[in-house]
Ligand binder design. Structure first.
Ligand code: ADE
Length: 259
């Protein structure tokens, strides 16, 4: 997979040289290229922004500078990602989708954002343009959001993670549940013991306990995810556990008991 990042702060993306993403780059699984947007500015001061049309606070990034940069970096079939708090929320499903694409180009906006004609122009030319928010809060620019999205996508690219199972089992995977709590040695620490069942060696009991823990955690922390579960994927024990947690499994969905 190829990933290009256009930014006025290339150093923000230095972290992509570390850890799993860094290793995937060295292994040739990921081709990551970070560019300084100012290389496409055409004045002495390397200006990339101007005042907003119609007035108001802040500055807006110029479409001509972005247009020049993108025409050099976009390839046939590439996806243009524009991180912005006004985009649809980036989720694990988004990451799974983008992990199948050959070329992602991230356009990091600063200030009040990028002139709206940049997305419009590229959409009109058949480029897949994806605006995406990493959450309901405002960052100073798209760089940190790009780090988040590149990491979430890169680890799903075949070969990047060593252990394929860890992708399936973790939170927000296809099961739609948060992950169960995990433990390691020492067996007792600060007066707290690892739950007995995990030391029992009984694989069936361990699997059931983990499933119950995942259900309980999700019910406690993310009731919206319980309500979104597919009833056809819940077995008898799941239904009993959910019942104890105050949820009823109806043929058409999972709802709080009594509703
Ligand atoms: N740029 C500023 N805030 C952002 C957010 N929450 N997500 C994506 N890009 C952003």
């Amino acid at each position: 997979m190829r990933v290009d990042v256009l930014t006025i702060f290339p150093a923000y993306l230095d972290a992509l040289e570390l850890s799993l993403v860094g290793k995937a780059r060295t292994a040739g699984l990921l081709d990551v290229r970070v560019h300084d947007l100012r290389d496409w500015a055409h004045d002495r001061h390397r200006t990339v922004d101007d005042t907003p049309a119609g007035g108001g606070a802040g500055m807006v990034m110029r479409p001509d500078v972005w247009g020049a940069a993108l025409s050099d970096v976009l390839t046939e079939g590439a996806t243009l990602v524009v991180p912005t708090p006004s985009g649809p929320t980036f989720t694990q499903r988004t990451a799974e989708d983008w992990a199948t694409r050959e070329h992602l180009v991230f356009a990091c906006g600063r200030y009040e954002g990028i002139d709206a004609r940049v997305a419009e122009h590229h959409r009109a030319r058949g480029v897949r343009v994806e605006e995406a928010s990493i959450g309901d809060y405002v960052l100073n620019g798209g760089e940190v959001a790009t780090l988040v999205m590149v990491e979430a996508v890169a680890r799903l690219v075949p070969g990047v993670l060593g252990n394929a199972e860890s992708v399936v089992e973790e939170s927000h995977s296809a099961e739609g549940l948060l992950e169960y709590p995990v433990y390691t040695r020492p067996v007792e620490w600060e007066g707290l013991a690892i739950p007995d069942v995990l030391m029992s060696g009984h694989h069936g009991k361990v699997a059931r306990w983990r499933r119950d823990q995942a259900l309980a955690r999700t019910a406690e922390r993310r009731p919206d995810m319980i309500a979104a579960l597919d009833p056809t994927r819940l077995d008898k024990r799941d239904r009993a556990t959910l019942g104890d947690l105050g949820w009823w499994v109806h043929p058409d969905g999972v709802r709080p008991a009594g509703e």
